[in-house]
Write a protein that binds this ligand. Structure first.
Ligand SMILES: Nc1ncnc2c1ncn2[C@@H]1O[C@H](COP(=O)(O)OP(=O)(O)OP(=O)(O)O)[C@@H](O)[C@H]1O
Ligand SMILES: [Mg+2]
Length: 338
């Protein structure tokens, strides 16, 4: 095939011997099947930075350090130079993550070469020796879904133990290799310890795994592996081989019911101070009058005698019933504030 412009320097340098065919073109990159050092490999060509949102990326990039202060300022300002640096940092983050995870024993493609917006890495193949399908492309049985999920949860734990959270762990970024699932696409991988969003991102990743594979094995939808592993990570007790149960309940200090009631009463008193509409004020006045009259009558030991007695309440069986119905309707609104 005609050599894409972005791959030409690598072909000229001899790093890539042959470009065989495009594999996939995603949002972020175009992926080609190439021959390099005599092997079939994959070349991921990052797309033009202008097509992508830098703002959306910031939640993932937090905690990544930039030592050069001039570069840091340019990145913060969003100048052309700053954007080019951000793009470079984004691509580097994928390469760094691949090296780091590879060394931590997480099954990711082995990276071979990274230069000029191109990452050359191991080709992940499926049972037929062809480029592996994505998790999205297969229909697992219930048993297979359970086993894929178990395997992936272990990989996520291993990643977390290496201080990383994937950040986009979807059915599109998991390849079903002959030997098991392989996690790919890591430019947004975040630093678990230094990024304040990492807990939320990890919980989302793990919840998504449970929800997606839960389509084939519904019991997975109720599992709580994310909170469980994050809790252990925070406590410093998470290890690559830690046993997880998928169950988790937040064990906090016991709730002090009395102080909760006090809080509610204080909030209600506060709310009562806020101005009310004329209509509501009138209704509340009426209600207060009715209640005061009732209390006064109870105090005097007065019994209802039937029709015609008193004004407003207890005038008749029917009238009294109606009044009670009205009161019942009004009462719940009494404590509201608007
Ligand atoms: N190492 C690999 N081996 C085999 N196929 C790969 C490999 N890396 C990527 N692919 C294929 O290329 C596709 C796109 O790769 P990747 O997800 O890394 O790029 P992307 O553009 O960031 O994707 P997207 O934005 O769509 O998530 C993958 O879904 C997969 O089918
Ligand atoms: Mg992808």
């Amino acid at each position: 095939m005609r050599i894409p412009e972005s791959l030409a320097p690598l072909v000229e340098a001899g790093t890539i011997e042959e470009v065989l065919r495009p594999l996939m073109s995603g949002k972020e990159a175009a992926v080609f099947l190439v021959r390099s050092e005599g092997e079939l490999r994959v070349a991921k060509v990052y797309k033009d930075a202008h097509h992508r949102s830098f703002r959306q990326r910031s939640q993932y990039s937090e905690g990544r350090t930039v030592r050069n202060s001039r570069q840091r300022r340019a990145m913060a300002k969003g100048s052309r130079y700053g954007k080019a640096l951000l793009e470079q940092a984004w691509q580097n983050a994928e390469v760094d993550a691949l090296y780091r995870l590879h060394h931590a024993g997480v099954r990711v493609p082995t990276p071979y070469e990274f230069t000029d917006d191109v990452l050359v890495m191991e080709l992940i193949t499926g049972l037929d020796g062809e480029p592996a399908p994505r998790l999205f492309d297969i229909v697992p049985t219930r048993t297979e879904a359970l086993s894929i999920h178990k395997h992936l949860v272990r990989q996520v734990v291993r990643m977390l133990c290496a201080g990383m959270v994937h950040g986009d762990l979807s059915e599109y970024n998991i390849l079903m290799a002959a030997e098991g699932p392989v996690i790919i696409d890591l430019p947004q991988a975040t630093d678990a310890a230094h990024n304040r969003n990492s807990e939320r991102i990890l919980l989302r990743d793990v919840r998504h795994l449970g929800q997606y594979l839960g389509r084939f094995a519904p019991a997975l939808r109720r599992t709580k592996y994310g909170p469980e592993m994050w809790h252990m990570y925070k406590e410093g007790t998470l290890h690559p081989d830690s046993e997880l149960t998928g169950k988790f309940s937040r064990k906090g200090p016991r709730v002090d019911t009395n102080s909760v009631i006090e809080e509610i009463q204080a909030a209600a008193a506060e709310a009562a101070k806020t101005p009310v509409s004329g209509y509501r004020a009138k209704k509340e006045r009426q209600l207060a009058e009715v209640q005061a009259a009732e209390e006064a009558r109870a105090a005097q030991g007065v019994k209802r005698k039937g029709k015609g007695e008193g004004k407003g309440e207890g005038a008749s069986e029917g009238g009294g019933g109606k009044q009670r119905r009205r009161r019942r309707r009004r009462r719940p609104r009494g404590g509201e504030s608007r």
